[in-house]
Design a protein around this ligand. Structure first.
Ligand SMILES: Nc1ncnc2c1ncn2[C@@H]1O[C@H](COP(=O)(O)OP(=O)(O)OP(=O)(O)O)[C@@H](O)[C@H]1O
Ligand SMILES: [Mg+2]
Length: 273
């Protein structure tokens, strides 16, 4: 890596999973909030036509990801500032929105390569690019395996969700064999909606460790707390919520935030040597 590349290091994190409702959007939006609140320049990219990230940050829906990939739109025309109410005033936090036209993006055979090319253009302009992906394993997912530097794999603490993490490792292996391009590294498996009251949940956490600890770091579980749902309903991040449950949720989320920040610190150290 040259000195210039290291100085302008952009960490690109995709939050991926083949199952619905495991916390991809919750994690992507709140990670973007956490990093922006640390003073980093952050672009949150929604690639899910459901538009859940767009809703979560308090914005109206738009087909900007379609414009980026299919119409060659300028980044400056499609990246929008996230409202201050979401994570705090004066942050360098931007969003690219996706909506119904995503269906056409998924059907376009050039989408995966276009994603790699277009995300590459952000390098040097943002410290973090955080990508929220839908559960459908189409062209966008494939593009993100190569466009991202890192991947977070959320999983519920339930057997079917845990098994589906294995499929993600298989897809990443297939991506490695299919192209010369580097494939993203798994930053961590994030158990989500953990309920410590049930013995089966502890057993399943042990199962996650046994099954995956050699493949990727396993992060501290995030508990099932209604405050996450309140935050998304009120279109604010967990950092804008008051009360002890919000404090607990932020604390449980912190190891993931710290793992993401450590990636920037590692690149800064490379500049220093
Ligand atoms: N730790 C948690 N505790 C309680 N509720 C949670 C937690 N994490 C996520 N949720 C809620 O679970 C629901 C699903 O989460 P989310 O939308 O982030 O999942 P997703 O993987 O993005 O789903 P999709 O596949 O539809 O995109 C949301 O209503 C969210 O508020
Ligand atoms: Mg989602």
């Amino acid at each position: 890596m040259s000195l210039i590349e290291a100085v302008l290091n952009t960490i690109i994190i995709a939050v991926l999973g083949r199952k619905g409702g495991i916390g991809k959007t919750t994690i992507a939006t709140n990670l973007a909030a956490a990093l922006a609140r640390q003073g980093f320049r952050v672009a949150l990219i929604e690639t899910d036509g459901q538009g859940d990230s767009t809703f979560s940050v308090g914005m109206s829906y738009a087909n900007d990801f379609y414009s980026l990939i299919m119409d060659d739109a300028e980044w400056s025309d499609v990246l929008q500032p996230v409202p201050d109410a979401f994570a705090g005033d004066g942050l360098d936090l931007w969003i690219l929105r996706a909506h119904d036209a995503q269906l056409n993006v998924e059907r376009n055979p050039d989408t995966s390569i276009r994603i790699v090319e277009r995300i590459e253009e952000l390098k040097g302009f943002y410290d973090y690019v955080i990508i929220d992906a839908g559960p459908n394993l189409a062209e966008t997912h494939i593009g993100l395996y190569y466009a991202a530097s890192h991947i977070i794999l959320p999983t519920l603490v339930e057997s079917k969700s845990i098994q589906s993490v294995q499929r993600m490792f298989t897809y990443l292996d297939q991506a490695r064999s299919a192209s010369e391009l580097p494939v993203a590294e798994v930053l961590g498996i994030q158990p989500n909606r953990f309920d410590a009251r049930h013995r089966i949940q502890h057993r399943l956490l042990g199962y996650i460790s046994g099954m995956y600890e050699r493949q990727a770091p396993i992060l501290e579980p995030i508990q099932n707390l209604a405050v996450w749902e309140y935050a998304s309903t009120e279109q604010v991040s967990i950092y804008q919520m008051a009360g002890s449950h919000a404090g607990r949720a932020r604390k449980q989320f912190q190891p993931l935030v710290a793992a993401a920040i450590a990636l920037q610190n590692a690149s800064a150290e490379r500049v220093a040597v």
